[in-house]
Design a binder for this molecule. Structure first.
Ligand code: CP
Ligand code: NVA
Length: 309
């Protein structure tokens, strides 16, 4: 179903395709834990273009393609001619002649879309300013593991900046039919167009999506509370100002008192303790947060195997 396709946004996937990725990721995880190899991408090469820093995305994609029998090429935009102004549409057509897939982490979502338009191999979005689909598919796998497969019975809340994580979580929750409440300051809401698209998707699945300025309201009875940095990559200069603006949005013990008794907190990492999450909440949920980090590997192996296989 996904063979040959791009993964630019969860919005582009059908609900069945999301389920297929999660099921296959769970299967690959079991296979890896039990020492069963699956060399479905033997002889294939993934190019990994990075215009921003990364620990998890880089290492999990590179280890993942290796485990599937293929090879990963780390391509820093600083070293590519792309960094000296070669058009993305030329880069796309050249790399399509050498590679079997490209993962790209960059600033503009439009750049990823341009790459996909001109490449004739699958393009995987490894984070843009707008979206972080691989992370959110991973988050859904992690939620499934800790809270069960019946997303429709769950409520998740996101508290903090209306950034790429908030946007992709809206798309992810919409596809799986989960109740999802976002709390951000009024000037830092999720992307308006993303919200509208997610609401349209939610009509088909019955997901209940909402936005509020009030973190306590979003977190009320939530089974899962998710947060992310207040200053994303590229916003470093705003860090101090953002620390003041977002202070009421910290995920701490007091905020979680209003959540479900067995609430779990999640964070895509890197985390800034004392800012978006307290040390205490982070460490109490470390078992979940590091499962979430691990699951990048399994989820992205599924994405690569299904699109590039
Ligand atoms: N969560 C995430 O994407 O981490 P990296 O920036 O380290 O890749
Ligand atoms: N919102 C963060 C996520 C990092 C994985 C950023 O874009 O920097």
């Amino acid at each position: 179903m996904l063979q040959g396709k791009d993964l630019l946004s969860i919005h582009d996937l059908s609900a069945d395709e999301v389920a297929e990725i999660l099921d296959f990721a769970a299967q690959l995880k079991v296979m890896q834990k039990t020492g069963v190899e699956h060399k479905i991408l033997a002889g294939k090469t993934l190019g990994m273009i990075f215009e921003k820093s990364s620990t998890r995305t880089r290492v999990s994609f590179e280890a993942g393609i290796f485990q599937l029998g293929g090879t990963g090429l780390f391509l820093s935009s600083k070293d590519l001619q792309l960094g000296r102004g070669e058009p993305i549409k030329d880069t796309a057509r050249v790399l399509s002649r050498y590679l079997d897939g490209i993962m790209i982490r960059t600033f503009e979502q439009e750049k990823v879309e341009e790459l996909a338009k001109f490449a004739d191999i699958p393009i995987i979005n490894g984070l843009t300013d707008l979206l972080h689909p691989c992370q959110v598919l991973t988050d859904l796998l992690t939620i499934r593991e800790h809270k069960g497969k019946n997303f429709r019975a769950l409520k998740a809340a996101y508290v903090g900046d209306g950034n790429n994580m908030a946007n992709s979580l809206l798309y992810g929750a919409a596809k799986v039919g989960m109740t999802f409440a976002v709390a951000t300051p009024a000037n830092y809401k999720p992307n308006q167009k993303v919200f509208e698209n997610a609401l349209a998707d939610a009509e088909e699945t019955g997901a209940n999506l909402s936005w509020t300025e009030n973190p306590a309201e979003a977190v009320k009875d939530a089974d899962v509370v998710i947060t992310d940095t207040w200053a994303s990559m590229g916003q470093e200069a705003e860090h101090d100002a953002r620390k003041k603006i977002f202070a009421p949005y910290q995920v701490n013990k007091n905020l979680l008192r209003g959540a479900s008794k067995n609430v779990i907190a999640m964070h895509c990492l890197p985390a800034y303790r004392g800012e978006e999450i307290t040390e205490e909440v982070f460490e109490n949920n470390a078992h979940v947060i590091f499962d979430e980090a691990e699951n990048r590997l399994h989820t992205q192996k599924a994405i690569m195997a299904l699109t590039m296989g």
